[in-house]
Design a protein around this ligand. Structure first.
Ligand SMILES: Nc1ncnc2c1ncn2[C@@H]1O[C@H](COP(=O)(O)OP(=O)(O)OP(=O)(O)O)[C@@H](O)[C@H]1O
Length: 340
């Protein structure tokens, strides 16, 4: 588990001071994938560089499995660095070395040679699906393949944490998917904790369990992706879920529906069955007025604007809420008429 506590970091710039991190606290569970997102200049790369021990924070703690890395130096710091594999931003492979030669670099640095090194490089090339490119030079690899080799190299010394800074920038969607699959495999097959700094919400949509949104050096939203999408008004929900046209106009439309609400359903069971079952059970007519379905990782998530018509509309809505549907409904005034 990575735990970042009250991290601050300022840079001197043009005679002034820029506060890149301003009291950042967050946790990443062992074996999970966490996306760090936010606008340009929010502090994402600075946070990643601090966690990778490439930058020393002004204050705060970074604990990996309970040990505060900020207070380490010398040999202990070098040992801690080996626990953290880094996929740097941009093209980072050595051009004069083959793909296998790049993956072998950290092993050479650690004094691992002979068959042990060859086997490890073989395993890593297999993990990233590039066994057949072992003796190819970076110039002959595609951008996505180069990134996958950079991931393999970052995993060579068996780190417990993998940090990737914008691993998919400048890649097309199909190539992005191939890089994300490799990060997901690192977590699933090696149990590595993965932190991905990204502008690209596709990364969060496809592989993140958790997400932290940074703005102006502060964490403005942090938690499990599937929890945050269910929170009305969360940034993550606004970005990842389908629009329900005019989501804030939830009043009944010209008296045609007794109840109009916005509903978020998470998981196969809820998405597949809850609406028709509520409709049958309470004998209400249930119309979908907007929204749609999406997938977050392997989980289907739906956000609909629904209209319920029938005497037991309220009871149907209550029943769905009791079954973990996340509902935002029209505000109703005292005379029972939905407020405008
Ligand atoms: N070495 C540095 N010297 C001076 N200022 C810096 C340095 N590194 C970062 N900054 C400043 O700190 C702030 C946060 O930068 P950072 O690169 O961490 O943001 P970011 O969210 O990663 O942005 P981007 O998405 O554009 O990479 C910015 O104002 C940036 O200009």
């Amino acid at each position: 588990m990575i735990s970042v506590e009250n991290l601050t970091k300022s840079f001197q710039h043009n005679g002034g001071s820029v506060r890149a991190l301003d009291g950042v606290s967050m946790e990443v569970n062992a074996g999970s994938v966490c996306g760090v997102v936010g606008p340009s200049g929010a502090g994402k790369s600075t946070l990643a560089r601090c966690i990778a021990l490439l930058e020393k924070p002004d204050a705060g703690a970074i604990r990996v499995d309970g040990t505060d890395l900020v207070s380490l130096d010398g040999k202990a710091l070098r040992a801690a660095r080996r626990q953290i594999g880094v996929v740097p931003q941009g093209d980072s492979l050595l051009r004069q070395r083959t793909a296998a030669g790049n993956v072998a670099l950290p092993l050479e640095a650690a004094g691992i040679g002979g068959p042990q090194r060859r086997n490890r490089v073989g395993e890593l090339l297999d993990l990233v699906g590039l066994t057949d490119k072992a003796s190819v030079y970076p110039d002959q690899l595609s951008g996505g393949q180069r990134q996958r080799i950079a991931v393999a190299r970052a995993l060579a010394a068996k780190p417990s944490v993998l940090l990737a800074d914008e691993p998919t920038s400048a890649l097309d969607p199909a190539t992005t998917d191939s890089v994300l699959t490799v990060l997901d495999r690192a977590r699933a097959e090696l149990g590595v904790t993965v932190l991905v700094v990204t502008h690209d919400m596709a990364v969060v949509r496809k592989i993140a369990d958790d997400v932290a949104v940074l703005e102006d050096g502060q964490v403005v939203e942090h938690g499990k992706v599937l929890d945050l999408v269910a929170e009305p008004g969360s940034r993550i929900s606004g970005t990842l879920l389908p629009e329900t046209d005019q989501a804030d106009q939830l009043r009944p439309t010209s008296g045609r529906h007794d109840v109009v609400a916005e509903i978020v359903l998470v998981g196969f069971a809820a998405v597949g069955a809850l609406l028709p079952e509520a409709s049958n059970r309470f004998a209400v007519d249930l119309a979908i007025l907007g929204g749609g379905l999406t997938r977050l990782g392997d989980t289907p998530v739906a956000k609909f604007k629904i209209g319920l018509t029938g005497e037991r509309s309220e009871a149907a809505l209550k029943w769905m809420i009791e079954r973990d549907a996340h509902v935002r409904r029209a505000p109703v005034s005292v005379d029972g008429v939905a407020a405008a």
